[in-house]
Write a protein that binds this ligand. Sequence first.
Ligand SMILES: *[C@@H]1O[C@H](CO)[C@@H](O)[C@H](O)[C@H]1NC(C)=O
Ligand SMILES: *[C@@H]1O[C@H](CO)[C@@H](O)[C@H](O)[C@H]1NC(C)=O
Length: 418
Amino acid sequence: MEHFSIHGLKQKRRIVSLRSWFLLSWFLVLISPSVASRNNLQVQKHLKRLNKPPVKTIQSSDGDIIDCVPISHQPAFDHPFLKDHKIQMRPNYHPEGLFDENKVSDGNKEKIAQLWHMNGRCPEDTIPIRRTKKDDVLRASSVKRYGKKKHRSIPKPRSADPDLINQSGHQHAIAYVEGDKYYGAKATINVWEPKIQQQNEFSLSQIWLLGGSFGEDLNSIEAGWQVSPDLYGDNNTRLFTYWTSDAYQATGCYNLLCSGFIQINSEIAMGASISPVSAYRNSQYDVSILVWKDPKEGHWWMQFGNDYVLGYWPSFLFSYLADSASMIEFGGEVVNSEVDGHHTSTQMGSGRFPEEGFAKASYFRKIQVVDSSNNLKAPKRLGTFTEQSNCYDVQTGSNDDWGHYFYYGGPGRNPNCP
Ligand SMILES: *[C@@H]1O[C@H](CO)[C@@H](O)[C@H](O)[C@H]1NC(C)=O
Ligand SMILES: *[C@@H]1O[C@H](CO)[C@@H](O)[C@H](O)[C@H]1NC(C)=O
C-alpha cells in the first residue's frame, strides 16, 4: 500500500522544473489507482473499527457471519464517554404489563428466533455481532453514511408543513400517542417479509420513542423489524434498532454500527434475520418489543420477545430523552423512490390493506405505554397518520384479547395509488 502525502508532494512541486513537472504528471497518472486504494484503506479501517476480534464465529445459512465478541470489547466502548463505563448486566427495574405473556393460548406455538441459531450459539460473556462485510460498506453512499438513515424520516402527525411529512419519499402508516411524558412503550408486532421494488428502498415496522419538538435536535429511539437491501444486501426480515439525538444528522446509527447501544445479551444479534415470518392466510408470527427507561440510572432498555433483554442506550447519548419521551409512534415506514413518475410497488407490512384483517393484513397488538408511575398502561388515545391512505393505510381497534391494536400497511402502487 503506497502512502502518498499531498503535503510532501506540494513541497516537492516547488523545486521541480517544468520538465520534471511533466514527468511528475506521468507519475501521478501512474499512481492514480492509489486513490482507489485510499478509499479501500478507509473501508478497511472502518471494518476494523466495527468488527471486533471474535472468540467464536458462526456461519448463518443466510450468508451472515455472526462474531461472538467479548462483552467488554463491543463497539460501544469506543465512545469517549464510555471509557470508564461500568456495564450494567441487568436493569434495576422492569415494568409490568397488562397482559399475561406466558399464557399458552397466546403467542406463537413455534418460538420466533434468529436464523443463525440453527448453526450455533455464542458463549456466555460474549455478544453476537453481525459481521460487516466490505460489500455492506460499499453499498452505502459513503463510508461515513454507512449504517445511518439517509433522511430525516420521522412522521409528524398533523404537521402544517407538507414538505416535512412528505420528504424524500418516506411514507408511513402509524398510530401514535402524545401530550404526556412517556417512559417506555411495548407492542406485539406481526412479522412479515414485504417485497421491496428498488434496492435503495426499505420497508420497516417499528416503535419510535421521540423526544423534543421536530427540530434539528429531535431525539429518537427506534426498534422493530426491517427489510433493507441496501443495508444488508438481501431481502430478509431483520431485527433492528436505531437511535439519534440530532434528527439523523451526526449522531446515531442502526444496530451496533456506531458506539452507543450497550448490548448484554449473548443470544440475539442486532441486524440478524428473524425466522419464521408470517404467510398470507397461513401461520402468523409476532414478536413483542419493549423499550423502557430505568428510573434509577436513566438508561433506556430494550427487550425482544418475552425472554431477551438486549441491553441499553445510556442516558447521556440524549438530550430530551435523558428525561422522557414526548411522543410514541407505532407502525410502518417505507421509502417510495417514484420510478418513471409512478409509486413503486414496495410493500408495507404484509402488502395488504388493513381492512383485510387477521392473517392477511399486518398488525400491532397489545399496544401499551409506560407512564410516569413507571407502569405499562393502555394508551389514552391512539391517533393515526398516513401520507397517502390509498397507498398504505392504518385502522385502530381494541378488544379484551388484544387490548389496543391496529392493522396497517398496503401494496404501494395500485390503481388508486398510481
Ligand atoms: C404527499 O405527496 C403525494 C404525491 O406527491 C400527494 O398526493 C399527497 O397528497 C402528499 N401528502 C401530504 C400529506 O401532503
Ligand atoms: C430482492 O427482491 C428483488 C425484487 O423484489 C429482487 O429483484 C432482488 O434480486 C432480491 N435480492 C436478493 C439479494 O435476493
